[in-house]
Design a protein around this ligand. Sequence first.
Ligand code: PGA
Length: 256
Amino acid sequence: MEVIIKADYKQMSAEAAARIADLVYHQPNAVLGLATGSTPLGLYKELIRLHRDDGLDFSKVITFNLDEYVGLPASHEQSYNYFMKDNLFDHINVNPSNIHVPNGMASDIEAYCLWYEDEIEAYGGIDLQILGIGSDGHIAFNEPASSLGSRTRLKTLTKQTIDDNARFFDDPTEVPHYAITMGVGTIMEAKTCILLASGKGKADTVAKAIEGPVTALITASALQLHPDAVFILDEEAASSLELHDYYQWVYENKPE
Ligand code: PGA
């Protein structure tokens, strides 16, 4: 596991963007796993800038998003389909037919989830998966007690996640209670996972995920078993880490 601590949100976002850009330059048809939420917004802004100013070419890139609320059509402003168009896809040259965001209006959710898994496999798997972390330790919508071997499926959100996400809705009672989410097992098959976290509010959860036991109660802790997991944190999100100084030391003294 690699733990990278950056001074602030802007530098955290730039580090993640540089890693995606590097992958896309070397592998133009890379399969990217993308996340929603407030954390990756700075990353997406930087990718848009790299596209506009440096010609970073997304025309052959394939994307798969982690999750979507059940019951929200793609046109709903709080749907993750809408979020991705608004904050990234409409501003880069990704081919719309290469974009995959779960369909929260699927009539047969079980069959849809199986199809989503097959589709990821058909593209050869995810090369680089971007993740946030919920205050309850979730990755995607894998809430506490999700199986660490879980696949894409319907998930009931925790009260904490519903409350956390209510800030985005005009009417907090409108937050859906169910989501389609990639499973922890699905995420663990990505070749590289990059988890981003920023702010003091995430510090204790981040410490549990990185330094606590591997437990279904903090599904992000499963990344401890991933062969290529990178946590990119800002100083505030890293502030509860016991080995904070060691991670800095490792980063600054990387062997050639
Ligand atoms: P946030 O959400 O980026 O809005 O904090 C993270 C998550 O719930 O995964």
